[in-house]
Ligand binder design. Structure first.
Ligand SMILES: *Cc1c(COP(=O)(O)O)cnc(C)c1O
Length: 418
């Protein structure tokens, strides 16, 4: 970065109104504004308060298990024959993914505000699970909204949330998925503004959530900087992360935004193809618009309605993307790529069999791209991939896929025998 450029990092954290270029903002009904402003000003104070930082670091260490490991992947690097590959293992966090980190940050803020009641929305259930865990840890009442369809198909996560003491409310309106859960959570908030904190699950939504969740997640990139320097004596040449809403990607990228030599790549869900409804690639195939309180790229149909999305990984199956990433994409600071369902599943198997690590299907999108990239690079290049989560939660999906595959192979074998 030259002295004349303004720092991306400073722009993001000091944006009082939550605008990142034209993106972001706070486009919500009047009734929600006081609640959002209360959170925004609490965040403004907390982010520069050393006592808050000390408390946050202690909980991240003692409850989440930070810092997470930074792992060289020597066998894969040798097999691919290009760059040196490394992995940041966010899957080692308590509850199995990076999400616990911004849940801890927000729950500490909610406590400062004297809120006793936490509400959240969840699609696949991972955010609800992390939220239920922090609520139990701090003795706060927890209500999680879930579209009826998600509620039915994500029984294991519903079970864990309830075991942790949360009330899980199925939502029967609309398409009965994540967007309807968001609307139900907003309605609840309007009805109980005084005692309630809305704990949002990614770097999306109205101001201050995008900047706030980025602030809480940026510890990931800070750890990578230290760990990569200690391990290799240099910074990464490439940082690769999957992008659903964008919280794990922003967590990884933030600390490097002003290091021009570090290339940052977000990998979107390519699903089954580029046709509408077959993927969840907002930056590469979406259009700018306003939805769920913020301005960003969204997948839309020809008449500006929100389009349906598809990804084998539930965590990437969302129609919008962080307004901060939309801005960084336009500025050319973060590059974007896609990986398909099939490439992600193949990456799970490859990482499992070559390095003994089973990544979440979401994270596997980032690995699929990192493997392609590494093959083209010289051996001294350093490529770090964010393993946003571990793969155990995907048991049923992954098993179904590989069992189908082995059944097909078995059938093909029988045919060949004839
Ligand atoms: C939720 C989730 C994601 C997607 O969310 P982002 O906000 O884009 O990070 C990615 N990986 C895992 C493991 C998740 O649980």
């Amino acid at each position: 970065m030259t002295a004349t450029q303004t720092s991306f990092r400073a722009n993001i954290l000091n944006s009082a109104e939550g605008f990142f270029g034209p993106y972001g903002g706070c486009y919500v009904p009047e009734v929600l504004l006081p609640g959002l402003q209360e959170i925004a000003s609490a965040f403004e104070t907390a982010k520069d308060d050393p006592d808050f930082a000390t408390e946050l670091q202690a909980v991240l260490r003692e409850f989440a298990g930070r810092p997470t490991a930074f792992t060289p992947l020597p066998r894969l690097s040798a097999e691919i024959g290009g760059a040196r590959l490394f992995l940041k293992n966010e899957g080692l966090n308590h509850t199995g993914a990076h999400k616990i980190t911004h849940c801890i940050g927000q729950i500490l803020l909610a406590r400062r505000l004297g809120k006793r009641r936490i509400i959240a929305e969840t699609g696949a259930g991972q955010h609800g699970y992390a939220t239920a865990a922090v609520c139990a840890r701090f003795g706060l009442d927890c209500t999680v909204y879930m579209g009826r369809k998600d509620y039915e198909r994500q029984r294991p996560n519903v079970f864990w949330m309830e075991l942790l003491g949360a009330r899980v409310v199925p939502v029967d309106e609309g398409s009965q998925t994540l967007n309807d859960a968001v609307i139900a959570a907003f309605k609840d908030w309007v009805a109980h503004p005084e005692e309630t904190y809305y704990l949002l699950g990614s770097a999306v939504g109205p101001h201050p959530y995008p900047a706030m969740n980025t602030f809480f997640q940026k510890v990931v990139g800070e750890e990578i900087r230290r760990q990569c320097l200690a391990e290799t004596g240099r910074l990464p040449d490439y940082c690769v992360a999957c992008v659903g809403g964008g919280s794990n990607a922003m967590g990884m990228f933030f600390d490097f935004l002003d290091d021009d030599d570090v290339t940052l790549i977000g990998v979107e869900a390519g699903g089954k193809g580029t046709a509408a409804g077959q993927h969840a690639a907002k930056v590469l195939h979406g259009e700018a618009g306003i939805f769920e309180g913020y301005h960003s790229y969204f997948l839309q149909d020809g008449s500006g309605n929100i389009a349906s999305t598809h990804s084998v990984s539930a965590g990437l199956d969302y129609c919008g993307v962080s307004p901060i990433l939309a801005w960084l994409a336009d500025a050319g600071r973060v590059q974007f790529a896609v990986a398909s369902d099939a490439e992600a599943l193949a990456a799970v198997q490859r990482l499992a069999q070559t390095e003994g690590i089973i990544p979440a299907l979401e994270s596997a999108h980032a690995f699929a791209h990192a493997f392609r990239l590494a093959a083209e690079l010289p051996p001294e290049a350093v490529v770090v991939t964010n393993a946003s989560g571990r793969g155990e939660k995907d048991l049923f999906i992954t098993m179904r896929h590989f069992q189908e595959e082995s059944l097909l192979k078995y059938a093909a074998g029988l045919l060949n025998m004839k």
